[in-house]
Design a protein around this ligand. Structure first.
Ligand SMILES: NC(=O)C1=CN([C@@H]2O[C@H](COP(=O)(O)OP(=O)(O)OC[C@H]3O[C@@H](n4cnc5c(N)ncnc54)[C@H](O)[C@@H]3O)[C@@H](O)[C@H]2O)C=CC1
Ligand SMILES: O=C(CO)COP(=O)(O)O
Length: 347
C-alpha cells in the first residue's frame, strides 16, 4: 500500500481521498484552513463541501504541506484552476523525492490559455516526476463518495504514470481506463463546463429536453472543432472525458455549472450566483479563456460565444438563444468529415 497526498479538501478532493482510502492506501488530505482540517480529523465530516458523508477515521487532514507530502508516492492536485499555480509553487518549495503527479482539475487559465498540466509543468520541479497524469471523466463527487458506479480516464504521455494512477484508484465501483491524449482529455473536461452553464440556463428559461439535447450535441461539435484544431485526437471527444462528462454535467442535479446557469436564468447576477454557490464554478473562467482562444485560432464556437456574452457582456439569455437558432443554414456533418480528414492526414 502507498502513501498518497490529496491537495484540496473540497468535494472532489474528498471523494478521491475516499476512493484511495477504500483501496487501502494511506491518505493525507491537505487543506490550507485549520478549522477545516480539525473538522475532518475530529468530526470526520466535511460539512461545507460534502455534507452527506462521514469520512473514514484513516483519512488524515493536514495544513502543513511538508508533513502531507512526506513519504508519498503520488500527489493528487484537486484544486480550482485559479489555485493551481500557487499550490504548485508551495509544493516545489518542499518536495524532495520522486512521485507520480496527478490532477483532477478541469479548467483553462484565462490570460494564458494554458491547460492545468501546462501550468503545473511551468511551476513544478521536473526532476521529481515523469509526466503529469490527468484524471478526468463523468464523476460527480456526491456519487463517488457513496460508491455509485463511476468510470474515468487516467491520461498521460507516460503509460507507466497512467497505469500507476489506474492501479491506485481502480476498484469495483470506480473503473479507470488509461489514455494518452492529455490535450484532448483536458480540453474536453474543461470546455464541457461552459456547455453545462448553457444547459442550466436553458432549463432555467423553461426550454425543454430537445433544446438540451441540441446543446449537448452542438456543444460537443464545437469542443471537438477547437480541440482537433489544437492537435487533439477527435475520438477523445466521443469518449468518457468528452461526451461522457458533457452528458453528466449538463444533466446531473449535482453539477455546480448547471446550477449556476440555472440561477442566472432566474435573474440572479453572476456575482450573486458565485457568492451563493460556495464551490468552484469552473465554466465561468473557462468561458472567458475559450472565447478568446477560439477568436485567436479563428474557430467558430457559437454556443461558447453566447455563454461568454451572457456572463460578461450582460447579453439577454433568451435573445442569445434566438440568435443561435437563426444562424445561417449549415449541413450537419461536413465539418466532422473535414476534421477527421485533417487529423488523419497530419498523422
Ligand atoms: N466536484 C466534483 O464533483 C468534481 C470536480 N472536479 C474538478 O475538481 C476541481 C476542484 O473542484 P471541487 O472539489 O468541486 O471544488 P470545491 O469548491 O468543492 O473545493 C475546492 C477546495 O480547494 C480549496 N482551495 C481553494 N484555493 C486554495 C488554495 N489556494 N490553497 C489550498 N486550498 C485551496 C478550497 O478551500 C476547497 O477546499 C475543479 O477543477 C472541478 O472542476 C472534477 C470532477 C468532479
Ligand atoms: O466535472 C464534473 C463531473 O464530472 C463536475 O462538474 P461540476 O463542477 O459542474 O459539478
Amino acid at each position: 500500500m502507498e502513501k498518497i497526498a490529496v491537495l484540496g479538501a473540497g468535494s472532489w478532493g474528498t471523494a478521491l481521498a475516499m476512493v484511495l482510502n477504500d483501496n487501502g492506501h494511506h491518505v493525507s488530505l491537505w487543506t490550507n484552513n485549520q478549522i477545516h482540517a480539525d473538522e475532518i480529523n475530529k468530526m470526520h465530516k466535511n460539512s461545507a463541501y460534502l455534507p452527506d458523508v462521514t469520512l473514514p477515521n484513516s483519512i488524515i487532514a493536514h495544513v502543513d504541506l511538508k508533513q502531507a507530502l512526506a513519504d508519498t508516492t503520488a500527489i493528487v492536485f484537486v484544486l480550482p484552476t485559479k489555485a493551481i499555480r500557487s499550490v504548485c509553487q508551495q509544493v516545489k518549495a518542499v518536495l524532495d523525492h520522486q512521485v507520480t503527479i496527478i490532477h483532477g482539475t478541469k479548467g483553462i487559465e484565462p490570460d494564458t490559455f494554458k491547460r492545468v498540466s501546462e501550468m503545473m509543468e511551468e511551476e513544478l520541479d521536473s526532476q521529481f516526476y515523469d509526466e503529469i497524469v490527468v484524471l478526468s471523466g463523468p464523476s460527480h463527487a456526491e456519487e463517488v463518495s457513496i460508491k455509485l458506479p463511476t468510470t474515468v480516464s487516467a491520461s498521460s504521455k507516460s503509460m507507466e504514470a497512467a497505469m500507476h494512477t489506474q492501479n491506485l484508484f481502480m476498484n469495483e465501483s470506480f473503473r479507470v481506463y488509461t489514455n494518452q491524449d492529455t490535450l484532448g482529455v483536458e480540453l474536453g473536461g474543461s470546455l464541457k463546463n461552459i456547455i453545462a452553464l448553457g444547459a442550466g440556463i436553458s432549463d432555467g428559461l423553461g426550454y425543454g429536453d430537445n433544446a438540451k439535447a441540441a446543446l449537448v450535441t452542438r456543444g460537443l461539435a464545437e469542443i471537438a472543432r477547437l480541440g482537433t484544431a489544437m492537435g487533439a485526437d477527435p475520438l477523445t471527444f466521443v469518449g468518457l472525458t468528452g461526451i461522457g462528462d458533457l452528458i453528466v454535467t449538463c444533466t446531473s442535479i449535482h453539477s455546480r455549472n448547471w446550477k449556476a446557469g440555472n440561477m442566472l436564468a432566474q435573474g440572479n447576477t453572476l456575482a450573486d450566483v458565485l457568492a451563493q454557490m460556495g464551490m468552484v464554478v469552473e465554466g465561468v473562467r473557462t468561458a472567458e479563456a475559450a472565447y478568446h482562444l477560439a477568436k485567436e485560432k479563428g474557430i467558430d464556437m457559437p454556443i461558447t460565444t453566447a455563454i461568454y456574452e451572457i456572463l460578461f457582456k450582460h447579453a439577454n439569455a433568451q435573445e442569445a438563444v434566438d440568435q443561435l437558432m437563426t444562424r445561417s443554414r449549415r449541413t450537419e456533418t461536413d465539418e466532422v468529415h473535414l476534421m477527421l480528414e485533417q487529423h488523419y492526414q497530419s498523422k
